[in-house]
Ligand binder design. Structure first.
Ligand SMILES: [Zn+2]
Length: 226
């Protein structure tokens, strides 16, 4: 006789992960007034779907076929798809620190499911790769928080970058993001200074949130045990 799936088995499935994520998105503080057409969880789920499926832009995601939209609603549990402009307007106001905390929750869930056991290195350590990611770049659009790059021809490029700490293992093809830290204007104008200053904040956050784990952090600027 086949045993019914346990809660742990269900949580390990893709549907279980999506359902958990949806519940977590429901807990994120909504920065808008209460009478909104789209729930914040739907908006966040749209963005998650967009990145999961590697859409090239918000506009591409908005302009897909009805059949694809119906599939995405089904797979990601999205009730209403919002417009590109609505997504931009709302997401800018969401507290990124609340979203960052979801990486730790996901790690705890993976720990319970013994997925993290496969990532042990030298018996008890976890290898964490830290690197910078530029996730916005424009020569026209910018905001007061943008990092800037001056070119010899007088042009300026406006960017947003963040450091990502990612759990890796030489024998595993999947990696897990453990935490992120935005690189801020005050972190400096040189790339290495920026990453070093942001990495101090990231290391503090990782030390606090993963205090029960033994981490080996590495990037192009050096290696550190925490
Ligand atoms: Zn900006």
């Amino acid at each position: 006789m086949i045993s019914p799936p346990t809660p742990a088995c269900e949580a390990a499935t893709y549907d279980g992960q999506i359902s958990n994520l949806r519940q977590e998105f429901n807990q994120i503080t909504d920065p808008r007034a209460t009478n909104c057409s789209y729930s914040l969880a739907d908006l966040l789920m749209c963005v998650f779907a967009m990145f999961s499926l590697k859409y090239e832009s918000l506009l591409d995601f908005e302009k897909q076929t009805q059949a694809t939209t119906a599939n995405l609603k089904n797979i990601f549990g999205i009730k209403n798809f919002s417009s590109d402009s609505c997504l931009r307007k709302v997401l800018d106001k969401v507290d990124w620190k609340e979203l960052r905390s979801l990486f730790k929750k996901q790690f705890d869930q993976s720990r319970k499911l013994h997925i993290i056991d496969k990532y042990h290195y030298l018996e008890e350590y976890l290898l964490v790769s830290v690197d910078g990611v530029e996730h916005f770049s424009s020569k026209k659009i910018h905001c007061p928080s943008c990092l800037t790059r001056q070119h010899q021809n007088g042009q300026t490029t406006f960017t947003h970058s963040m450091l990502c700490a990612v759990l890796i293992h030489p024998d595993q093809s999947e990696v897990f993001v453990m935490g992120t830290e935005p690189i801020q204007q005050q972190d400096g104008s040189e790339k290495n200074d920026c990453e070093r200053n942001a990495s101090k904040r990231l290391v503090d956050w990782l030390s606090t949130n993963y205090k029960d784990e033994r981490l080996i952090l590495g990037n192009c600027l050096g290696t550190r045990f925490i």
